[in-house]
Design a protein around this ligand. Structure first.
Ligand code: S3P
Length: 431
């Protein structure tokens, strides 16, 4: 297995960082651009492995997609013109690809088989198949069809009235994509507000969709109009360096073009509550996806409690928040985050075990973690569990640990942040 050693001596983080495009928005831009007929141009696309899987799937369905770096041009015959693929549609490591595509494919007129890598094949799919079946979808697999591989026979769907039992943007979006092709008006009530990129982008593509607090209504059989999409930088990628800048004395980093959608900015709120110096300047783009510059300076941090409606707003940032909490004075309690157990890996178990190897004081709970700080961390060999966010947390830990950190299987970081190590070394003045 590949191992990477990361070691720093008294590092300070300085400079400007333009993080790669938002993963959630990049997936959705390719999906909606492929459902619409005509040409869609995407700029700022994330060329990470997850999003490249989404592009590859649409090629197999007969959509022409050209990519040069972060510029993508889609020419689609529209969902009605797709063909059944010759082979399986491979979602790689990407839960977003698999769950959103299930909703799209269920209401199309193609027959397909969805597969994924060994990690994705262990993740639950019933959460989206359940409501899709209520809409009339035909999705089959082994047993109760909770895991990939799954066979999807596209057919006419009908609308649904659905109260979501979990806060999940992937499930919500899978249903919304099914509803877009269905007969009648679908109503979804969210348990807790999850990221709303699908709702925003549907509007950008000309769809009528009504949102009122936690209720969403969409009428089916709508035809989308292709358009140009600008993808802002991914706040979930920036989060690793935001935490690093806050933890390392004398650091100051300016994050340019970062997505600031309120359903994603829990990290900034938590950093402020922990005593970090975070400043948002020149916020733009209110109507599509807001974005702007975020300045972070080092500060002395203290522990807080994180739970409830805050969780979906920072669900992907919890591994790096847990690391930051090891350097904060007092107790940080993370609760109501049981969804972490079904991410790319069980992130509660993985974060607890890897931070303990560094000497941190972390207690695993059923729905989160309790971290007591500040603790001096030491070097260790850490596993990524094939999970990009655990891999990046481990690399950032090397900035605060005394001694080297060996990361096992760091290649998974390319799922969301292909140039992560280049940015890490540039901001620490090593390149
Ligand atoms: C995502 C939603 C979240 C998040 C994932 C991306 C999306 O998952 O963890 O990285 O793009 O919709 P859940 O919806 O399962 O919480």
């Amino acid at each position: 297995m590949e191992t990477k050693t990361v070691e720093f001596s008294n590092p300070v983080l300085h400079g400007k960082l333009k993080v790669p495009g938002d993963k959630s928005i990049s997936h959705r831009a390719v999906m909606l651009g492929s459902i619409a007929s005509g040409q869609t141009n995407i700029s700022g696309f994330l060329p990470g492995e997850d999003c490249l899987c989404t592009i590859d799937i649409f090629w197999k369905l007969g959509v022409t997609i050209d990519r040069e770096g972060d510029q993508v041009t889609i020419n689609s015959p529209g969902i009605e013109g797709w063909k059944s693929p010759d082979g399986p549609l491979y979602a790689g490591n990407s839960g977003t690809t698999a769950r959103l595509m299930l909703g799209i494919l269920a209401g199309s007129n193609v027959k397909s088989v969805m597969t994924g890598d060994s990690y994705l094949s262990k993740r639950p799919m019933r959460r989206v198949i359940g409501p899709l079946e209520k809409m009339g979808a035909c999705i089959t697999g082994e047993g109760d069809a909770d895991r990939l591989p799954l066979t999807i026979v596209g057919r006419q769907l009908k609308c649904i009235d659905y109260e979501m039992p979990i806060a999940s943007a992937q499930v919500k979006s899978g249903i919304l994509f099914g509803a877009l092709q269905a007969e009648g008006e679908t109503r979804i009530v969210e348990k807790s507000g999850s990221r709303d990129h699908t709702e925003r982008m549907l509007r950008q593509f000309g769809a009528q969709i009504e949102t009122n607090d936690r209720e969403i209504r969409i009428t089916g059989k709508q035809v989308l109009t292709s358009c140009d999409v600008i993808v802002p930088g991914d706040i979930s990628s920036a989060a690793f360096f935001m935490a690093a800048a806050a933890m390392l004395p004398e650091s100051e980093v300016s994050f340019v073009n970062v997505g600031l959608n309120p359903s994603r900015t829990g990290m900034i709120d938590v950093m402020n509550q922990m005593g970090a110096t975070v400043e948002i300047v020149d916020q733009k783009g209110e109507n599509g996806e807001p974005y702007g510059t975020v300045n972070v300076k080092s500060a002395s941090l203290h522990g807080i409690e994180i739970g409830g409606d805050m969780i979906p707003r920072l669900i992907d940032e919890l591994p790096i928040i847990a690391l930051m909490a090891t350097q904060a004075a007092g107790k940080t309690v993370i609760k109501d985050a049981e969804e972490l157990r079904v991410k790319e890996t069980d992130r509660i178990a993985a974060v607890t075990s890897e931070l303990k190897k560094l000497g941190a004081s972390v207690e695993e709970t059923e729905d989160g973690m309790i971290i007591t700080g500040p603790t001096k961390l030491s070097g260790a060999t850490l596993q990524s569990y094939g999970d990009h966010r655990i891999g990046m947390m481990s690399a950032i830990a090397a900035l605060v640990a005394e001694g080297p950190i060996q990361i096992e299987d760091p290649s998974c970081i390319a799922v969301s942040y292909p140039n992560f190590f280049d940015d890490l070394y540039r901001l620490t003045g090593r390149s």
